[in-house]
Design a protein around this ligand. Structure first.
Ligand SMILES: Nc1nc2c(ncn2[C@@H]2O[C@H](COP(=O)(O)OP(=O)(O)OP(=O)(O)O)[C@@H](O)[C@H]2O)c(=O)[nH]1
Ligand SMILES: [Mg+2]
Length: 362
């Protein structure tokens, strides 16, 4: 029997980075691992492209959260396990997601009993976001309603991985760990840096040798707090192509300025973007990937193009605390203005933008 694990956690907590680190560790040490990149909306998302570029074994399962496509998930797991002989398959759920303990783990246990070995339900935590539910109740410009998602995700956890410890002092790590151990007394807590691969070996060894607890917890799924949180969030996915009429341009600077333009416009409207991701494939095989974790933070270049470019295919994914209509307008304006600054022609191939709870969304 082969192991399957769900990796949950708030937007930008580091799920994708952590799964890539675990994938690399398992593939180099004890067997074969693979990642299912799950998100709402279209294919060709930044997480899939970036994970692939980092050398991770990935397959995409998009459209809906894995909570609502059990048959597709099972088909995929059977292929990855029976034909491709993976020892561990991990899937994330969308970063606003909760409910996978019931909708995925308990469902697999009941309806496909014995077919899959369920590894601990793992929740990745960003210490900066955790501060909003810690006693200090930090105000980091996120809607109050997000607190429900952070708490509900922790309630579901068998394993909690406090991520990004490379950014913390020893005392800060201790304070976060103490809070997490009190808040989730039946979970095993790790302190990791997915980026630097700190303690990924310990986390991997644990999830390969322990089983999910299959806890029964009532997280208030579908209730008023759940609805209030989901109502605050919008998803934006766009694929486009930019080209300069003559010469070359600095693709890294262009994408950075685009992110900055989006950030400033959201800030002016008092909206936020818990995770904005931009990805571009250079002609020389190098990539640019930028993450912005909120309007108050600096953008993070996770990878840069090595050379100036004449053209560039770009993917933009935003998970925003902003109404979908306003978000779409902000994105259009930011692209138009930034492309003009760099003298670029733009072709937009695909755009989708929806509020999580928009009326009429199928
Ligand atoms: N300093 C630091 N940054 C990290 C670490 N792990 C992830 N990050 C950064 O945090 C940002 C978000 O990481 P992702 O892995 O994309 O987060 P995610 O949870 O998959 O985000 P969504 O899929 O949008 O919910 C990226 O810029 C990462 O490089 C870490 O251990 N340390
Ligand atoms: Mg991700």
């Amino acid at each position: 029997m082969k192991r399957f694990m769900v990796v949950s956690g708030f937007l930008g907590a580091g799920k994708t980075t952590c799964m890539a680190a675990l994938d690399d560790y398992v593939n180099s040490n004890s067997g074969k691992a693979s990642v299912i990149v799950n998100d709402l909306g279209a294919k060709n998302l930044v997480d899939a492209k970036y994970s692939e570029a980092c050398g991770c074994n990935i397959t995409e399962l998009t459209g809906e959260c894995i909570c609502y496509q059990t048959e597709n998930l099972v088909d995929r797991l059977r292929r990855l396990m029976d034909y491709e002989h993976n020892d561990l398959v991990m899937s994330d759920i969308p970063g606003c997601g909760v409910g996978a303990l019931d909708h995925v783990y308990h469902k697999l246990d009941k309806e496909y009993h014995g077919e899959f070995e369920l590894a601990p339900f793992t929740v990745i935590v960003d210490p900066e976001r955790l501060r909003i539910i810690m006693p200090e109740q930090a105000d980091i410009n996120l809607p109050e309603e997000m607190k429900y998602l952070l708490r509900a995700q922790l309630q579901e956890a068998d394993v909690v991985a406090l991520n990004k410890i490379d950014l913390l002092t020893g005392a800060e790590i201790e304070a976060c760990l103490k809070f997490l151990k009190d808040f989730c007394p039946d979970a095993t807590v790790f302190a990791i840096s997915a980026k630097n691969k700190t303690n990924i070996d310990k986390l991997a060894d644990y999830i390969m040798t322990h089983d999910a607890q299959l806890k029964e917890v009532d997280i208030g799924y579908g209730g008023p707090e759940f609805i209030a949180a989901e109502q605050k969030l919008s998803w934006y996915n766009r694929q486009l192509y930019v080209k300069i009429c003559c010469g070359t341009f600095d693709g890294n600077a262009f994408l950075g300025d685009l992110v900055e333009a989006i950030r400033m416009k959201l800030l002016r409207k008092h909206r936020n973007v818990p995770h904005l991701k931009v990805f571009a494939d250079g002609a020389d095989g190098t990539i640019c990937k930028i993450s912005l974790l909120g309007v108050d933070y600096d953008m993070q270049y996770d990878s840069r193009l090595a050379q100036p470019c004449a053209d560039l295919p770009v993917i933009i994914n935003a998970r925003a605390a902003c109404e979908s209509q306003l978000l779409a307008e902000i994105m259009d304006e930011a692209l138009k203005e930034t492309a003009k600054e760099y003298n670029l022609d733009t072709v937009v191939f695909f755009t989708e933008c929806f509020g999580m709870m928009d009326e009429g969304r199928i």
